[in-house]
Design a protein around this ligand. Structure first.
Ligand code: GAL
Length: 635
């Protein structure tokens, strides 16, 4: 099957006479998939109970005749004005109690019964009409679920939150115990007394906040399941996807992945940031890891500049293709853009498109067409296999517990996880992303940065016992799944494997966590009591900074601080050397990336300048793909 190539197509923004030109220019650019209908609700349903599909019939027929398949969106991402006028409960409320009004997009409350009813009617009507249309090859649920409005603090959200809490805890006594409500006189005598964590005079109960974030993620998941059920109950058989947003902080994508046939991602790295290709690589590896062994789709990226940064750089010639091939190299079977034709009106009119406002005689369209041609030559690509020996743990519950005040030091958990990924990426060591509960089999090294909160540590302990190498960093194994301490101190669950106990935490600044060698920790450092671990590095006062402990058939390392960016690279290299892990390609120049996809090696120069590879040279943003039986250029 050819790789999918195309983008969001919003024909309702244009007179119908323009559509044939669209299809012709799509054909010339090698487009074979268009995502249609993402924001079309108001056009499809001009009023409650009235659907107008004639125009969409013509769009789908035209695309089909032109050889362009359709990823049909369910159009539920933005309710029309008639809906919010008639049913104002669709709107969301901020923490402060202000209403988020219509006039923009994605203003619906995930818990609103009216939103759910209207969305269900729309999806049913769409699926009934198009489930057998030959153009439709995929269903696209909503759009970036949770973007803009994950958190709703309205009264109806409060009702849904209470039901969710009843399901989780059963009785109010269990909730009181889990939330620790003896503190600050917070004890509840009935679920009806509970509100979402609205604006409070001082810090809100941390478990209330954590549960509200879990609940809010689950409400989005309910929407996903609701639409999926309608699609399947109607008998539609095409694969179902929804476009994710990398390591989106507000939704536990692990719980979404099982619901989806195809994982897809939206990715907008800043072309001006020379390191954004590393963050993008993290997103690509995450998407591949969400459903191991299956390809995913890059659903949205910008063909050139976006409109929503304060200052929007254009992509350098070749940069868009390089980033597209990064996705392919890391497991994507589709490269799509937001959007096909540049909007002439509305707040995204300065966002680039595959077909710019200035027409096809533009660098953007030329590069889009060149990439379309290049992708066609790739033919069938292997499914991503187990190419990584290293896995990094990512846990959204941890992020939600840590993204709060009142810790020894505030830090961004997701940035720590991405930072460790970036370190291995810089070394061109292939990495998968894993859940905190695994599975870990097949990996040699598992890195768990600041795994503060854990529900079940036994898979990690088992991983070490059966021969794996675990590497943890400060602030790991601190709290139970409800963000409370376990009786008896910290590191209750991993301490035996790590050969130590953590006894206290100190926030640090400047050089307060320097090692005796030239390494330097940051953010916080721990006080440790050893129970078998050997000390590999000490802080300047002689206390342990880095330890290693043989346990069972394996070993567990612990860093009693957070590493700086540079130190993460040297520690990752040390770990790799120790375990005999090799990069996809060694000794590449800085900012040259190599990744493996089963037998396919992708090499990309992310520098704006040429680089030497032995006698060979890679031009600015040049990429090369080679099959395993063809040797890649030697560094
Ligand atoms: C995405 C969204 C698209 C478009 C794009 C612009 O978040 O799904 O509809 O707005 O951003 O970069």
């Amino acid at each position: 099957m050819a790789i999918f190539y195309g983008g969001d197509y919003n024909p309702e923004q244009w007179p119908e006479e323009v559509w044939p030109e669209d299809v012709e220019l799509m054909r010339r650019a090698g487009v074979n998939l268009a995502t249609v209908g993402v924001f079309s609700w108001a056009r499809i349903q001009p009023e409650e109970g009235v659907f107008d599909f004639d125009w969409l019939d013509r769009v789908l027929d035209l695309l089909h005749a032109g050889g362009v398949a359709v990823d049909l969106a369910t159009a539920t991402a933005s309710t029309p004005p008639w809906a919010t006028y008639k049913y104002p409960d669709i709107l969301t409320t901020t923490r402060e109690g202000a209403i988020r009004w219509p006039g923009s997009r994605q203003h619906y409350a995930p818990t609103s019964p009216d939103y759910r009813r209207l969305a269900s009617e729309l999806v049913s009507a769409l699926v009934d009409r198009y489930k057998d249309h030959p153009a439709v090859v995929m269903w696209h649920i909503n759009n970036e679920l949770g973007c803009h409005t994950t958190y709703d603090y309205s009264d109806q959200a409060a009702v849904a939150f209470r039901s969710w809490l009843v399901r989780r805890y059963g009785d109010i006594g269990s909730l009181n115990a889990a939330w620790g409500t003896t503190f600050w006189s917070q004890r509840y005598t009935g679920f009806e007394q509970i509100v979402p964590p609205r604006l409070t005079p001082a810090a809100v109960n941390p478990t209330q906040q954590l549960d509200f974030r879990r609940f809010s993620s689950d409400m989005l998941l309910e929407l996903l399941r609701m639409e999926k059920r309608i699609i399947r109950d109607a008998g539609a058989t095409q694969p179902i996807t929804t476009n994710m947003m990398g390591a989106f902080p507000n939704a536990d994508y692990w719980s979404w992945a099982d619901e989806l046939d195809v994982i897809s991602d939206d990715s907008y790295p800043d072309p001006r940031d020379p390191h954004s290709f590393r963050t993008a690589a993290f997103g690509r590896d995450l998407m591949r890891s969400l459903k191991p062994g299956t390809p995913w789709i890059l659903m949205e990226q910008a063909p050139n500049q976006v409109n929503w940064r304060p200052n929007n750089a254009v992509k350098a010639p070749g940069q868009m293709a390089a980033m597209s091939m990064q996705a392919v190299g890391r497991g994507a079977d589709g490269v799509l853009f937001f959007q096909w034709r540049q909007a002439a009106r509305g707040s995204e009119k300065f966002h680039s498109a595959m077909l710019p406002h200035a027409g096809p005689s533009t660098r953007t369209y030329r590069e889009v067409a060149e990439l379309g041609a290049a992708l066609r030559t790739l033919g069938d690509l292997p499914a991503p296999g187990r190419d990584a020996s290293v896995a990094i743990v990512l846990d959204w519950n941890c992020h939600w517990a840590l993204d709060q005040p009142n810790h020894p030091a505030r830090f961004n958990y997701l940035a720590q996880v991405q930072g460790w990924h970036a370190a291995f990426h810089e070394l061109n060591i292939q990495v998968d992303i894993v859940r905190s509960t695994g599975p870990f089999d097949g990996y040699d090294v598992v890195v768990a940065p600041s795994l503060y909160l854990m529900s079940d540590a036994s898979p990690l302990v088992q991983f070490v016992a059966s021969g794996g190498c675990l590497f943890t960093t400060a602030y790991t194994d601190v709290a139970d799944e409800n963000d409370g301490f376990l009786p008896g101190g910290f590191t209750q669950r991993l301490g035996e494997a790590l050969g130590l106990t953590v006894t206290d935490f100190a926030g640090v600044q400047g050089t307060e966590a320097s090692y005796a060698t030239n390494l330097r920790g940051e953010i916080l450092r721990e006080e440790i009591v050893l129970s078998g671990a050997e000390v590999l590095e000490t802080f300047t006062d002689g206390t342990p900074a880095l330890t290693r402990h043989p346990f069972g058939q394996g070993e567990a390392w612990h860093l009693a601080t957070m590493a700086t960016e540079a130190d993460r690279v040297s520690l990752a290299a040390r770990l790799a050397t120790h375990r005999g892990i090799t990069p996809v390609m060694a000794d590449l120049p800085p900012n040259v990336e190599a990744c493996a996809r089963s037998g396919l090696i992708t090499l990309i120069n992310h520098n704006p300048t040429p680089v030497k590879l032995g006698d060979d040279e890679l031009g600015p943003y040049e990429y090369r793909l080679s099959r395993a039986n063809v040797s890649p250029p030697q560094a």
